[in-house]
Ligand binder design. Structure first.
Ligand code: PHE
Length: 382
């Protein structure tokens, strides 16, 4: 469950949302949503999963046919999140290799390099496809033994690397402005939109509102402590998000960059920091992006699994076929998302490009509705 929760949401998404929403005040609202809403919803999902021993749709259906739609909504959410998540997973993979092919040569150029890379017509697509193939390989096999072993090594590695990046960042002259930005709230910037973004992010980062934690709850033994398990996942996830903020903002202010830089933040600031590290820079950079890619993988396989489990349980498909068919459609969605950063930036759905469309639809709408439904289900029905 921690592998599912800790992912791009913490290291890629959380810092850039913090930057776009004015820093510290956003973090306080976010923490409030995590503690008050996220923690409770996670307990609810674990409880339903353990009680029914079934995946999302089956769990709801086993209690009442009228509730099946709530499980199906979760499957749809997972499917749409997979419409953009692997694009960023692909960027992480690409950056492992870029670490030794010129990315770190000029610290001031990391922004331009990132912009040119994601806007290119072919290169990011190749990485997205490679990332998807890794997901397919793992999910088609069923039990994710290999990824579990890899993540047991690479997740602690990510943790250690974040500490190194934090220490390097706060040692730079001018970094204290970043700490102030993270810890001294400026409430004047807060709007209703800030609160919605913080709420959406708390669902996204904890993998809630779409049946993922519910499914993981179905693997819990009857004597396991549910709030205790939920607390462990919530604390670990929040710790990694705050560490990502500490890794990025002091360095960002030291370099005189803009906090509102958007989705490129981690791919721009962190390499700039590595390029100030001399000979060890490339090695740390490779490890960092490899660990990020694995953190992303342990999350996206949990998303894909929700879709695949639905096709197996409800549509009676064979696991391999279910994985291939859903991944094929997901890959097409990802291609559109990736191209919306460049060639297809003019194509809009409800006023936004494909990438933002899948993102906003799931994180600001579907996950929150899914979270509300599970709460009503547990509190008033089950
Ligand atoms: N929690 C994951 C992350 O932070 C993303 C995710 C969302 C995974 C929903 C599963 C379900 O990267």
């Amino acid at each position: 469950a921690a592998g599912s929760a800790i992912g791009l949401g913490n290291i890629w998404r959380f810092p850039y949302l913090t930057g776009e929403n004015g820093g510290s005040a956003f973090i306080i609202i976010y923490l409030f949503c995590i503690i008050i809403v996220g923690f409770s919803v996670m307990i609810a999902e674990f409880a339903v999963g353990r009680r029914t021993s079934l995946a999302a749709v089956g769990a709801y259906k086993s209690q009442s046919r009228n509730w099946t739609f709530a499980g199906v909504l979760g499957v749809i959410s997972g499917f749409f999140i997979m419409g953009f998540y692997p694009v960023v997973g692909g960027w992480s993979l690409a950056y492992i290799f870029k670490s030794i092919t010129g990315l770190l040569a000029v610290p001031e150029a990391t922004g331009e390099i990132f912009g040119a890379f994601i806007g290119a017509p072919v290169e990011p697509l190749i990485w997205t496809v490679i990332y998807m193939l890794l997901n397919v390989a793992i999910v088609a096999k069923g039990i994710a033994g290999g990824i579990e072993k890899a993540s047991k090594v690479l997740m602690p590695t990510l943790f250690v690397l974040l500490i190194i990046v934090i220490l390097k960042g706060i040692s730079l002259p001018g970094s204290s402005a970043g700490l102030r930005y993270l810890f001294k709230p400026d409430w004047s910037q807060v709007t209703g939109g800030t609160v919605l973004t913080a709420l959406g992010q708390s669902f996204f980062t904890l993998s809630l509102g779409m049946g993922c934690m519910l499914t993981y709850g179905s693997y819990l033994r009857k004597d396991e402590n549910i709030p205790g398990n939920a607390l462990t996942v919530v604390v670990m996830d929040t710790l990694v998000a705050i560490m990502a903020g500490l890794a990025i903002f002091p360095a960002l202010f030291a370099f005189g960059m803009q906090p509102e830089a958007g989705p490129g933040l981690v791919f721009i600031v962190v390499p700039a920091l590595f390029s100030h590290m001399g000979n060890v820079g490339p090695i740390i950079s490779i490890l960092f992006f490899a660990a990020l890619a694995v953190a992303a993988l342990t999350s996206s396989i949990s998303l894909l699994e929700v879709v695949v489990a639905y096709l197996i349980d409800e549509k009676k498909m064979d696991r391999r076929f279910a994985t291939y068919i859903s991944s094929a459609v997901i890959t097409v969605m990802c291609v559109l998302s990736s191209l919306s950063m460049g060639k297809m930036s003019g194509v809009k759905l409800f006023g936004v490009g494909f990438f933002d469309f899948f993102d906003i639809l799931t994180d600001k709408i579907f996950l929150a509705i899914g979270g509300m439904l599970i709460t009503i289900f547990v509190g008033w029905f089950m």
